[in-house]
Ligand binder design. Sequence first.
Ligand code: ADP
Length: 368
Amino acid sequence: SQILEGENLRKKLHNTILELKGNIRVFCRVRPLLPADGSNGEASVISFPTSAESLGRGINLIQNGQKHQFVFDKMFSHECSQQEVFVEISQLVQSALDGYKVCIFAYGQTGSGKTYTMMGKTDSPEQKGLIPRSLEQIFQSSQSLSCQGWKYKMQASMLEIYNETIHDLLSPNRASGAGNSNAGKTYTIQHDASGNTYVSDLTIVDVSTIREVSSLLQQAAQSRSVGKTRMNEQSSRSHMVFTLRISGFNESTEQQVQGVLNLIDLAGSERLSKSESTGSTLRETQAINKSLSSLSDVIFSLAKKEDHVPFRNSKLTYLLQPCLGGNSKTLMFVNISPDPSSMGESLCSLRFAARVNACEIGVPQRQI
Ligand code: ADP
């Protein structure tokens, strides 16, 4: 067999560690400093350790003279391109075609690069994010697997959870601007015995080409609710969940697989005082905090193998229940802003991510 050395050996060892670690991984990404970033005079620095054990995985954050160190499964500095990030998740995306339930989250304060990581800039090929790249890969792979007898059916849906209410981002009413897309719709979440999730009244679109999906993504991007806070004029105050359901059937072997790929752009994780929310924005922030804390409660309770996992405490966790359990694969991106005035929030995000990173939920299984 081939003798591995240098970078290849490091990658192989790292992947083996990941395999052994279980089904939840945390990747951290620091966005570049932007011209609009300010400074409140806090002395704070982000750096990346070069020691052998944390190279490519660690981050140091100095706040008020105190150094905080974190190590994740993977670290992407401000210099990493969208393609470099995608290379590291392409295997995970592929496993949805093999019949796994996969969830990829972007977590972080508003303005830390969640939407850039997930969706990217769709008008620039280099800056496309994980969602378009994942879909391109899935369609290409499904085509090349067709010569081995595989036929796939893919269905996409896209929703937003805003103030604990589901909105259908692919609703034809919404696209035409014909009022409230929720009028007369219930959007009740149901799970069947084999762990498939259904949301009543939600638009589900059969997709078979990347072009079809691209136009759906554009439609959805236009429909996303955005609110204004002092932190970011166009800050997203909602969780966006893109779901691709994949059913595969092999005509020669009669094998069947059912995979799900969920790509989730979470609402900003910032604490209340920072966004100076009042009135309806305050209610939004409280709903966001509730669902983000429910998400962490679920992850920690799965990790502790508790009998009762509080999936029902928020729409987000209830919706994703079958994809967060022991037989699924979860990846969380923690997005970090290098803006000196954001160091308090960055530290909170890193601490949260470090707790998630210490979790092991179970051994992933394919649904066949
Ligand atoms: P969030 O979704 O967390 O609120 P955004 O994704 O909108 O944050 O990012 C905030 C700003 O930073 C946007 O202008 C975005 O284009 C830019 N940005 C984020 N990450 C990167 C990156 N890795 N490279 C270049 N620009 C980025």
